[in-house]
Write a protein that binds this ligand. Structure first.
Ligand SMILES: Cc1cc2nc3c(=O)[nH]c(=O)nc-3n(C[C@H](O)[C@H](O)[C@H](O)COP(=O)(O)OP(=O)(O)OC[C@H]3O[C@@H](n4cnc5c(N)ncnc54)[C@H](O)[C@@H]3O)c2cc1C
Length: 504
């Protein structure tokens, strides 16, 4: 039943709404009517507020209202709806087509595992979905420190007097606060009253004392689902059953809606109207879009999971790092859409006062900022490549090192490290960190990260470089072809790399 659903509000961008409007004007009109406009993004870091204009035109809506509208429109269109009845694949297998939209824990997916596969990766941190009895003034991000560790709130209003909140913590914080025991003790059908009481007190300042609300709210690890195939025979998976994307990119419901729209089109007006042809077309159209979003979502998730490591940065710089975290939005876009934020963020990066002047060529400006670290001082951020390559022994293992003569008369030494580590917080990344500590011991001042070509590998390297420079104090150099200049510039501004090398 719509009013028995889990969660609180969800958000849709203007782009998602356009897709709905093109498919079903009546549904679009009703969703907009049942929603509230999404306010500006705001980060509140140690009492400093910074706002981002965003793309505008988004909405937020209660999940219960969303489901009520979709249900009503389905009934109007002649769908015979059996609410509150659990079905197994065996109950419906002889239908012409079975569309399984049974969520992240899909039993249908499990039943078809040998045909569709199924990779479910639990997140490192924990999250809880709560509501709160106030209409927040912004789409708000607040890190809140307690004696047990860091909690982050991401909340926005979805109705009069109501906001939705995603709360996150790392497992250590969750345990220290005694919430692991509370999670174990809370029955699946209830909310975790102990944790809600704790968070109510911890968030009193950030949320103006607003009451927190539970709806079968409990701590969970987010599960990222990805499958090599989304259909088998007459059964097709859509929505969370087929794929999930971390909620920090707010796209799970959007993907479920877009799946349904493309599936309906493929079945009724596709090029090949046989069932196999229509299902193939559905997957061919949807898969690249879903995978691109999942890629951004995983990067976003890793960024949030490690947010505590960058809260020493000035708030406007954290906001720029946040906006560019998934590799979807480049800060150069803000020249037109949000010059005030861009000016503040760039000034914070460069350690200068913001000015009101023309922004001009942001890329060149960033690349020509001086760098000053313990071992290296340069007039700009681009390393010219005529440093001398050589080899050194580190713990019996030879490592390539480059003497950065061009950049530094004192010959600061950057060890050249090949890394192809996707997750900068994985055990494989821990090993790279160990090597970096050993290199520092052996006299290296920085590391230059190399590895596979291509943009995904470059984004991975930038994320790892951020961890290396923060934890080892080595400076980091990341190189890429000129076509990826925006990623390099974003990386510098966000504090992911100290210097860049641009290949022809
Ligand atoms: C904290 C958080 C915030 C989020 N915010 C956003 C957001 O802002 N924007 C956005 O687009 N997405 C957001 N999402 C994601 C979104 O909630 C999900 O992606 C979305 O609910 C997926 O829809 P679905 O229909 O595939 O699955 P679900 O919503 O999980 O629905 C599955 C349904 O199937 C039913 N079911 C399961 N098994 C059976 C069975 N055997 N027989 C009959 N029925 C069954 C369940 O009862 C349920 O009603 C968020 C998620 C979280 C966790």
């Amino acid at each position: 039943m719509p009013d028995e659903t889990f969660g609180f509000g969800v958000a849709f961008t203007a782009r998602t709404l356009r897709v709905v409007a093109e498919a079903e004007r009546a549904t679009f009109d009703r969703l907009v009517e049942a929603s509230v406009p999404m306010p500006q993004q705001e980060m509140l870091i140690d009492g400093v507020s910074v706002r981002a204009k965003g793309t505008g035109g988004g909405i937020a809506i209660a999940r219960s209202r969303l489901l009520a509208v979709l249900l009503d429109e389905a009934v109007r269109a002649g769908v015979d709806v059996d609410l509150g009845v659990e079905r197994d694949l065996d109950d419906v297998r002889d239908a012409d087509l079975v569309i399984a939209a049974d969520g992240v824990g899909s039993r249908t997916r499990a039943g078809l595992a040998e045909h569709v596969g199924g990779r479910v990766v639990p997140g490192r941190g924990v999250f809880m979905w709560l509501g709160c009895a106030t209409r927040l003034r912004s789409n708000l991000f607040v890190p809140v420190r307690t004696e047990h560790g860091l909690f982050t709130i991401h909340g926005y209003p979805y109705a009069e007097g109501r906001s939705t909140l995603g709360i996150e913590a790392d497992v250590g914080t969750w345990r220290r606060a005694g919430m692991d025991t509370a999670t174990e003790r809370t029955p699946l059908t209830e909310s975790d009253a102990f944790s809600i009481g704790y968070l109510q007190a911890a968030f009193a300042d950030a949320l103006g004392g607003a009451e927190l609300l539970g709806n079968r709210s409990r701590w969970m690890h987010f599960r990222t689902v990805s499958l090599p195939r989304w259909y088998h025979g007459n059964v097709v998976l859509i929505g969370d059953a087929a794929h999930t994307a971390h909620y920090s990119v707010g796209s799970g419901t959007k993907m479920a809606l877009e799946d349904a729209i493309v599936l309906a089109d493929s079945l009724t007006s596709g090029e090949d109207l046989s069932l196999a042809g229509a299902l193939r077309q559905y997957e061919e159209i949807r898969r690249p879009r879903v995978e691109a979003l999942q890629d951004a979502a995983v990067r976003s998730q890793r960024w949030w999971d490690s947010i505590g490591h960058r809260l020493d940065l000035p708030a406007p710089q954290v906001m720029l790092a946040y906006l560019s975290r998934g590799g979807v939005v480049s800060i150069s876009r803000l020249v037109e859409s949000d010059p005030g934020l861009l000016r503040a963020g760039l000034a914070a990066f460069a350690g200068v006062e913001p000015t009101d002047g023309e922004l001009g060529d942001v890329r060149s400006w960033v690349l020509s900022r001086p760098y000053e670290g313990a071992a290296l001082r340069t007039g700009g951020r681009v390393l010219d490549d005529d440093g001398q390559a050589g080899y050194r022994e580190v713990q019996g293992e030879p490592f390539a090192v480059t003497a950065l003569r061009a950049a530094c008369p004192d010959e600061a030494l950057a060890a050249v490290l090949g890394t192809d580590v996707a997750d900068p917080w994985s055990p494989a990344a821990d090993e790279v960190l160990d090597r970096c500590f050993a290199l520092a011991e052996a006299g290296a001042d920085g590391v230059r990260l190399g590895g596979r070509p291509g943009r995904p590998a470059l984004l991975d390297r930038l994320a790892l470089a951020e961890r290396i420079r923060r934890q080892t104090k080595l400076f980091t150099v990341v190189g890429a072809p000129a076509g990826h200049i925006d990623d390099l510039v974003d990386g510098l501004v966000a504090g992911r790399a100290d210097l860049v090398a641009i290949a022809d």
